[in-house]
Design a protein around this ligand. Structure first.
Ligand SMILES: NC(=O)c1ccc[n+]([C@@H]2O[C@H](COP(=O)([O-])OP(=O)(O)OC[C@H]3O[C@@H](n4cnc5c(N)ncnc54)[C@H](OP(=O)(O)O)[C@@H]3O)[C@@H](O)[C@H]2O)c1
Length: 249
């Protein structure tokens, strides 16, 4: 484990996929990690076990981050277990693709609440900790905000809202020493992209062909970047959206 300053990090949606890779990397950087999940207790506990086996500190906390009461409970449990939360990674998200004429209000509420409203709630919860005088938030957007692919209108709109919120919250929280950035990942092999049918599809093949580095992303590709953005090495970086996509844009 690293000897860098230990902080309490909350990673939302860390039971699998990109969130799990980010949780492992933050633990490797020496932080105590709260592995949030919505329903996959087994996945979250695997991530916690992996961190502890490597000598790190982690705890799994269930909670739907689109619900104010769950977010309050998540931050309370994090604080009681490890101390004030100074690193927050807003990774929990749903990617559902559909032709625009088929989008329903239910689809809108589900994706907007999970991908964007959750970010408002968790950012407020971090900022509400009056004893936090420095911190780092990383919001996990999508490279889709560069490519604007057909059938992703609702999903990309939720992430575009997240990116705007990133830039503006960086302005409001900067005077308190809290930095806010986003990463925009490229298509990656995760449970989410497997269950949506993306992995193995023609769309995935086209996406890999359009990626200069010639492969899909892996969870650890993002973990290392988030570890940097939340480190003192990135102390002069805020309000930015970093494309992390193997060069696909
Ligand atoms: N994979 C890609 O190609 C890709 C590309 C660009 C951007 N992204 C973004 O990266 C993030 C992670 O994607 P992924 O592919 O790793 O997803 P994934 O494999 O589907 O995992 C999603 C994670 O989010 C959690 N989650 C979902 N809704 C939640 C809620 N309301 N409250 C708390 N946790 C919730 C899930 O928890 P449970 O399973 O426990 O319910 C799970 O841990 C998303 O924001 C996605 O938009 C992914």
């Amino acid at each position: 484990m690293s000897t860098a300053t230990t902080r309490t990090a909350v990673v939302t949606g860390a039971s699998k996929g990109l969130g799990a890779g980010i949780a492992l990397a933050l633990a490797e950087a020496g932080h105590a990690v709260v592995v949030n999940y919505r329903s996959d207790a087994e996945g979250a506990s695997r991530v916690v076990d992996q961190i502890r086996a490597a000598g790190g500190r982690a705890v799994a906390v269930a909670g739907d981050v689109s619900l104010p009461a769950d977010v309050r409970a998540l931050f309370e449990e994090a604080r009681v277990t490890f101390g004030p939360v100074t690193i927050l990674v807003n990774n929990a998200g749903i990617a559902a693709f559909a032709p625009l004429e088929t989008i329903t209000e239910t689809d809108y509420r589900r994706q907007m609440d999970t991908n964007f409203w959750s970010v408002v709630l968790t950012t407020q919860a971090l900022a509400a900790q009056e004893d936090v005088t420095d911190g780092a938030i990383v919001n996990v957007s999508t490279g889709g905000t560069y490519q604007h692919p057909a059938f992703a209108s609702l999903y990309v709109a939720t992430k575009s809202a997240m990116e705007a919120f990133t830039v503006i919250s960086a302005k409001e929280l900067g005077p308190r020493g809290i930095r806010v950035n986003a990463i925009a990942p490229g298509p990656s092999d995760t449970d989410g992209t497997r269950s949506s049918g993306f992995v193995g599809s023609d769309m995935e093949a086209a996406s890999i062909a359009a990626t200069p580095l010639g492969r899909s992303g892996r969870p650890d590709d993002y973990g290392s970047v988030v570890a940097f953005l939340t480190s003192d090495g990135a102390r002069w970086v805020t309000g930015d959206v970093l494309l992390v996509s193997g060069g696909q844009r």
